[in-house]
Design a protein around this ligand. Structure first.
Ligand SMILES: Nc1ncnc2c1ncn2[C@@H]1O[C@H](COP(=O)(O)OP(=O)(O)OP(=O)(O)O)[C@@H](O)[C@H]1O
Ligand SMILES: [Mg+2]
Length: 250
């Protein structure tokens, strides 16, 4: 279980999250919604310890362990997996090279190459991406939608237990949207990870039905509710839940 207590995060001396609290239980699907610039991607990146985001105050616990000082690779070993809003390209490292190394690091065992390639090919087929992607540099020269599917290849191979999906739907055409969301739904049903979803698009919830929806405003959660909150947001926007800065910062 993830527990964040009174977290204050800043980047370039700008405070983005202020006394932010949330709990995400095992197997829980938790959504965070909020206006552009509210700090949603900041939460996602802070969870993976992006060095651009500094913890000024507060605590992050995972399964009762304080992980504030855990570097990104240690958090990945714990099972954290971030699907970025805009996945970056890494030239000079292929998908298969990275995945082989990541898998052997995670399991402390040599990877069975035949089994590894068979699994990768099956995943490409399922995601409807060319199997040549296996030997392409990570996200390099790939379109926005292709990058999202390419990162799903990593998801299926690494089998993480805490998924962070930052705007998973952005840049996907209607067909890719169905493929990507169905694939994550299938992953959830098979492995039952915890999932943090950040999205503006409530159609995502048709595939991944959140147990809670949280609204982020002025650096903290201003409202928590069930799936019915999505309808209110679609109809009335975030204004309905506005809280004054004083309520937040005092
Ligand atoms: N490295 C940084 N340096 C300075 N300011 C930053 C940095 N990263 C984020 N910010 C600022 O913090 C605020 C929150 O950014 P963030 O990307 O978390 O928003 P978001 O809620 O994900 O928005 P969107 O819905 O548009 O994706 C923005 O005002 C952004 O400009
Ligand atoms: Mg964002």
């Amino acid at each position: 279980m993830l527990k964040i207590e009174n977290l204050t995060i800043s980047a370039n001396k700008k405070i983005i999250l202020k006394d932010f609290n949330i709990e995400i239980k095992d197997k829980e699907i938790c959504a965070i919604m909020g206006s552009n610039g509210a700090g949603k991607s900041t939460i996602c990146k802070a969870l993976l310890n992006d060095p651009n985001y500094k913890i000024d105050k507060g605590k992050i616990y995972y399964n009762d362990k304080l992980i504030n000082d855990y570097p990104t690779e240690e958090r990945a070993k714990l099972g954290f997996f971030l699907l970025n809003q805009t996945p970056i390209a890494i030239s000079g490292v292929t998908n298969s090279e990275m995945l082989r190394l990541a898998l052997s690091t995670k399991t402390n065992e040599a990877v069975d190459i035949l089994k590894f390639h068979k699994e990768l090919k099956e995943i490409c087929q399922k995601l409807k991406i060319p199997k040549e992607f296996i030997h392409r540099d990570i996200n390099s020269g790939m379109s926005g939608g292709e990058r999202k599917k390419n990162e799903l290849m990593h998801l299926w191979m690494l089998k993480p237990n805490f998924l962070i999906l930052d705007e998973i739907d952005s840049g996907l055409d209607v067909d890719s949207f169905k493929i990507v969301l169905s694939s994550i739904k299938e992953y959830y049903e098979k492995y039952k990870p915890s999932i943090l979803i950040v999205t503006h698009n409530t159609k995502v919830f048709k595939y991944l039905k959140p147990h809670t929806i949280n609204i982020l405003q002025n650096g903290k959660i201003s409202k928590t509710g069930d799936i019915s909150l999505a309808k209110t947001i679609d109809e009335s926007g975030f204004e309905t839940f506005k809280i004054s800065e004083n309520e937040v910062y005092e």
